[in-house]
Design a protein around this ligand. Structure first.
Ligand code: C5P
Length: 299
């Protein structure tokens, strides 16, 4: 069973005050792009448990034991179904690792979909979404794909009926940033200030509804950006290069350190990718389009 799952970028990430449970109240716009992980799940002999392998860039830095979110997803569904999870799980990474593009969440979402089909559980998308939300704030969106408003801690989704297709360039950094560390830095930077409740930008929604990339580019925003730059000052230079070379908008993706640039078309995407590579400000560059489908079976 092979499931393909997209990466995400947050077109807006408005971070409210910290809640009592330690999470932050969010108003965010998730957008899936066509950089994918593949999750391949096969039935194994009885008593073998969950055996996880990972390939692709950055695979060495990821855990293959029970702490991997995909392994947790498999076990969660097995407990629900009352069966022994004797499977091999292979993660073929195409999404930057620890890059703020929800790669780990994608793997968990893919594992849920694959096991549902493999074990013939017949769960609805809502039921899978329930499990996804237990696994992590971004996992429900990895299942859903497209473009969605996320509220709560990001797990409550509402699809956005937008128009058109958008072209993106992603500048990948060396090494990751820890999401909890970036949220903690955001809290530190805002200490003593009155943090308003997070709200979705009307300008951004207009950009999406009209399919106007210029408008959307101007409205991109990320409240975690200052924190990501504080922890990784070199990101400011990456963003400046994107702006200099004509991106319609540029932001740190999620908690970073990947930087996302919106451009006009496929040709501009290639030009910016070449420029970013030439300036030597990032490890590698990827070009992608969105919105992309959520987790789905491809074989
Ligand atoms: O939900 P998930 O496990 O992906 O979250 C990872 C970490 O990111 C949390 O432990 C928390 O530190 C931070 N986070 C947060 N507020 C959110 C989402 C995540 O503070 N809404």
């Amino acid at each position: 069973m092979t499931v393909r799952v997209p990466a995400k970028v947050n077109l807006q990430l408005a971070v409210g005050p910290m809640r009592e449970d330690g999470y932050h109240e969010l108003a965010t716009v998730f957008h899936a792009v066509d950089l994918h992980d593949e999750v391949i799940v096969r039935q194994a002999a009885a008593g073998t448990g969950v055996a996880l392998t990972i390939s692709g860039e950055g695979a060495d830095s990821l855990p293959t034991d029970s702490s991997n979110l995909a392994a947790k997803a498999v076990r969660m569904l097995a407990v629900h179904a009352g069966i022994d999870p004797d499977v091999t799980v292979h993660l073929a990474k195409g999404i930057p690792v620890a890059g703020g593009m929800a790669g780990g969440s994608a793997d968990a979402a893919g594992a849920l979909v694959a096991c549902d089909v493999l074990w013939q559980l017949g769960l609805s998308r809502d039921e899978l979404g329930y499990f996804a939300a237990q696994l992590g704030s971004d996992v429900p969106f990895s299942l859903h794909g497209g473009t969605c408003i996320g509220t709560g801690r990001g797990e409550q989704l509402m699809p956005v009926l937008g128009r058109g297709h958008f072209h993106w360039v992603f500048a990948l950094a060396n090494g990751g940033l820890s999401t909890p560390a970036v949220y903690a830095e955001c809290d530190r930077l805002r200490e003593g200030t009155d943090v308003p409740d997070p709200r979705i930008s009307e300008e951004l929604m207009q950009g999406l509804r009209s399919g106007d990339a210029h408008r959307l580019g101007r409205a991109l925003s990320n409240d975690l950006q200052a924190a990501a730059i504080s922890l990784r000052p070199s990101l400011a230079r990456v963003l400046a290069v994107g702006e200099d070379f004509g991106a319609l908008g540029g932001i740190v993706s999620g908690s970073g350190p990947t930087c996302a640039f919106l451009v006009r078309d496929a040709e501009d995407a290639l030009d910016l990718a070449v420029a970013l590579s030439g300036e030597d400000v990032c490890r590698t560059v990827k070009v992608a389009e969105g919105p992309a489908h959520g987790a789905r079976v491809v074989g």
